[in-house]
Design a protein around this ligand. Structure first.
Ligand code: FAD
Length: 389
């Protein structure tokens, strides 16, 4: 590992890898990413990979919309395979969410997102195996789907290496050395790396690193389970990606005959170094009936497997992408709750703009500052903010 770099990126999740690539693409090739374990070892490797545009804030919707273009054309624009599968996305909402839902759709349409409210009749035509009667509102995004989070991270990492960036694995950053109010070095398990610029993108571990630097940010790692059911492809060949706010469950197809299922309402704080990475049978029993209410054919499915991973929650369900106040040369990119993967291509772009040009221009990220918690200027929380954003 080299002992000097123009920029050090801390964390090899999809955000760190996207940042590393976008910096290199902008000419910052003397960049080094340090990763505690392996690329994708954090939230990224356990992500459900849903790619949809339905958000309640413009900043999240714009980040996702810009990212979709890249995820769809990943091989050509970055290299490698994003694993994007265009299944379409449907959101089902209960009566109490209808007002926010309609406002969100209008906002998304105003920025050009391909989404529309559909009638129950149209929803049945799009997804004939779905029960739709209990939803007060349904929308459809024909261009959405799902992709492969670790594959996207690896694609960015490989492309960044091709441009000259370097990656040091099994090498946790222990601290950031600050001298005279600016970054002097990143201290890692494998040695000191002299640098004047660093970005912390350490997912659920970011709060701990920031605490060492004197910042107490409201970043909470929470544990989320995911299960897979194996369905009969005769009775249910496939289905779109679904976010179901009526039954608080999301699901998507995986490969030819599996359905991935996750919850939209459970929040259990967890220690990132020590949490139960398996899905519990109580979760299977809780989720299965919920998904059957929307997809009755899954009643006959078989339980296949499950696991758990971590979100990095913030009080307003929005990430933190900013300069670190008071430490010249230090940046932070974290707090993506349960919806960061689909934004990662655009996040790498805006972070590289912030670091190289001093300002993000592709998407206005001024509402994602780390000072908003103390200032009380949180982003408005709409329904299911932690999951929908
Ligand atoms: C179960 C689950 C389902 C999800 N589903 C979706 C979804 O469907 N769609 C979607 O868009 N998003 C989803 N997400 C969210 C998405 O996966 C995350 O927002 C995204 O992966 C965050 O990426 P990251 O790079 O910020 O964090 P991470 O992937 O956690 O990466 C951080 C990296 O930093 C490393 N690290 C930590 N500390 C240090 C240190 N001191 N030094 C060096 N390295 C360090 C870690 O090992 C890790 O590799 C889901 C998440 C989970 C857990």
């Amino acid at each position: 590992m080299k002992n000097k770099a123009e920029v050090v990126v801390v964390g090899g999740g999809v955000m760190g890898c996207s940042i590393l690539y976008n910096l290199a693409r902008r000419g910052v090739t003397d960049a080094l990413l340090v990763e505690r374990e392996a690329l994708g070892a954090g939230s990224t490797g356990r992500s459900s990979g849903v790619v949809r545009m339905h958000y309640s804030s413009e900043v999240n919707a714009r980040l996702a919309w810009k990212s979709l273009e890249i995820l769809r054309n990943f091989g050509e624009l970055v290299g490698g395979d994003s694993g994007f599968v265009n299944t379409g996305f449907m959101l089902f909402v209960p009566p109490e969410a209808l007002d926010s839902f309609e406002k969100n759709i209008a906002m998304q349409q105003s920025i050009g997102i391909d989404t529309r409210i559909v009638s129950q009749e149209e929803a049945r035509e799009i997804a004939p195996y779905m029960q739709v009667e209990d939803a007060a509102g349904i929308c459809y995004e024909p261009q959405s789907g799902y992709a492969d989070p670790p594959g996207v991270g690896q694609g960015y990492a490989a492309a960044a290496r091709d441009l000259g960036a370097q990656i040091s694995l099994e090498n946790p950053a222990l601290d950031v050395e600050v001298k005279g109010g600016r970054v002097a070095a990143v201290l890692t398990a494998k040695g000191r790396i002299e640098t004047d610029t660093a970005v912390i993108a350490a997912g659920p571990w970011t709060g701990r690193l920031m605490k060492k630097l004197g910042f107490d940010l409201p970043l909470t790692p929470t544990r989320h389970e995911v299960i897979f059911l194996k369905r009969s492809i005769e009775s249910l060949p496939t289905h779109p990606v679904v976010g179901d706010l009526v039954h608080m469950v999301y699901f998507r197809p995986e490969g030819p005959d599996l359905t991935l299922i996750g919850d939209m309402d459970v929040e259990v704080e967890a220690d990132p170094d020590e949490y139960d990475q398996k899905a519990g049978m109580d979760f299977v029993e809780e989720m299965w009936p919920r998904v059957v209410r929307r997809l009755p054919a899954l009643e006959e499915a078989e339980y296949f497997t499950g696991y758990a991973g971590l979100y990095t929650n913030t009080p307003d369900g929005h990430p933190i992408i900013d300069r670190v106040e008071g430490i010249e040369g230090l940046y932070i990119c974290t707090g993506f709750n349960g919806h960061g993967f689909k934004e990662s291509p655009a996040v790498g772009i805006v972070v590289s703009e912030l670091m190289v040009d001093g300002e993000a221009t592709t998407v206005d990220i001024s509402t994602l500052g780390m000072g908003r918690f103390k200032a009380g200027t949180l982003n408005p929380i709409n329904y299911a903010a932690k999951v929908i954003g």
